[in-house]
Design a protein around this ligand. Structure first.
Ligand code: EPZ
Length: 419
């Protein structure tokens, strides 16, 4: 089992280049099921979840080439794809559920494993399935699989999501591109990754219009073009490295980003006392003074992202005073707290609220990663104490962070991978 060894106490200073977004790449890859024209996707992050999605599509018969040197995926779906997504693909990469909408829209039938829950919550897909049923799909759950079919075509209709869901918005948006007539999506998620998916689908020739703050209208089309698309930057990776610099009082340039997309995160960190200079496609992070406490409530975009909650909690352990975090998106997203406590953090949990007592001294320890963002939070915590931290089960980390130990060690961290 691979582990990471970190010896902290060093400033994270220098330059880090942000990779493409995992959470934009996954729905974009799933949507390529719709077309049999040549697709080129650039700026693809080299992370496990993207490899898993690429394998899933290849196993379905997609002619997919992943050029890791150039971070580019080329896809041509010359022949009819298999409409089956097995459990082993979805058990670690839940976003595999995103092939359901395009398979149904294109091939009128699909057998897709229920993704199942994960460390952070039960992760149901009822909103995806209810919307597809409303569009005319017949859906049966049997032996842990979703058996879906539709007579002729999915039918356009008005779908008001009962809860803001990133995945459901993406799945139904893609399915609606081939549905008959107009599909009016309401109460949609607004995450920038959905904007990137829409840009890609429009390049394919899909007819999509934002008609209001959380409203999107899609008019079904029959034929699609080929396209070349560069994936948007990973805003969660960018936020993670801003916090790494703030934690270690480093001076860090973070490039290949669009600062206005992460304004919420930047504003919260500036409120804590982190100095951030914003330029067109990079920022400079500097931390000169003591950190101030802050209260955060995670929300759908453009609110503070749940995917950065664990990371900012580490920063709060160093602030003056008592900070709080309310986790409103997932029911069990404090798995990192018990490990932070083992390092000496003083944190109280009451249902979905964490109270973090600042100025606690963190000590290196042997730790266990549980999910993707909890893992990176523990890497950040390990950067603080000057003694050793060992992080186990780092396969969680590799799902969503490209070459993290390379990026950090180039900026002064003592971090290495142990087999
Ligand atoms: C996406 O997950 C992201 N994953 C998550 O990032 C992110 O945390 C999440 O959106 C919220 O921003 C990808 O994009 C691949 P949701 P998703 O549907 O789509 C409930 C990471 O670390 N819900 O917006 O699964 C759900 O349980 C990952 O990169 C239903 O009840 O999230 C949750 O409480 C973790 N029924 C809430 O909605 C449904 O059918 C929001 O989930 C679907 C969701």
């Amino acid at each position: 089992m691979k582990k990471l060894e970190i010896i902290g106490g060093k400033k994270i200073s220098g330059t880090i280049s942000i990779s493409g977004s995992k959470n934009a790449t996954l729905p974009i890859l799933a949507s390529t099921i719709l077309t049999n024209k040549k697709i080129i996707i650039e700026n693809v992050p080299l992370v496990k979840d993207v490899e898993t999605m690429a394998e899933l599509l290849s196993n379905m018969g997609s002619n997919l080439k992943f050029d890791k040197k150039k971070k580019k995926i080329t896809i041509i779906n010359e022949k009819k794809l298999k409409t089956f997504a097995p459990y082993h693909s979805l058990k670690t990469m839940r976003a595999g559920i995103l092939v359901l909408g395009p398979l149904l829209a294109k091939f009128k039938v699909a057998k897709v494993s229920l993704p199942g829950g994960c460390a952070i919550g039960s992760r149901p897909v009822d909103i995806h399935l209810d919307a597809l049923k409303k569009m005319g799909a017949k859906i049966k759950i049997k032996d842990g699989y979703i058996h879906a079919s539709v007579q002729k075509n999915l039918k356009g209709c008005t779908i008001k999501f009962p809860k803001i869901s990133v995945g459901a918005t993406e799945n139904i948006l893609i399915a609606a591109c081939f549905a008959q007539g107009i599909t009016k999506l309401r109460n949609c998620a607004l995450e920038p990754e959905i904007g990137d998916l829409i840009n890609f689908l429009k390049k394919l020739g899909c007819n999509i219009h934002r008609t209001g703050k959380r409203s999107i209208n899609v008019t079904g089309v029959e034929k699609l073009n080929s396209a070349v698309h560069k994936v948007i930057f990973d805003r969660i990776e960018a936020g993670t490295y801003i916090i790494a610099a703030a934690l270690t009082k480093g001076r860090l340039k973070i490039k290949n980003i669009i600062p206005k997309i992460i304004l919420t995160e930047i504003n919260f960190l500036v409120k804590m006392g982190v100095k951030i200079i914003k330029k067109k496609n990079y920022i400079i992070v500097n931390r000169l003074k003591n950190l101030k406490k802050i209260d955060i409530s995670t929300k759908p975009y453009p609110g503070f992202p749940t995917d950065l909650q664990a990371q900012i909690m580490v920063l709060m352990t160093m602030a003056k005073g008592v900070s709080t975090i309310k986790e409103n998106i997932f029911e069990n997203r404090f798995m990192h707290v018990s490990e932070l406590r083992r390092m000496g953090a003083k944190i109280k949990i009451n249902n979905n609220k964490a109270t973090i007592f600042g100025m606690s001294k963190l000590n290196g320890a042997e730790l266990m990663a549980t999910d993707l963002r909890a893992s990176v939070c523990l890497v950040l915590a390990g950067l603080v104490p000057s003694n050793k931290t060992i992080l186990n089960r780092i396969y969680h980390l590799d799902r969503g962070y490209e070459k993290i130990e390379k990026k950090l060690s180039r900026c002064g961290a003592h971090i290495k991978r142990l087999n």
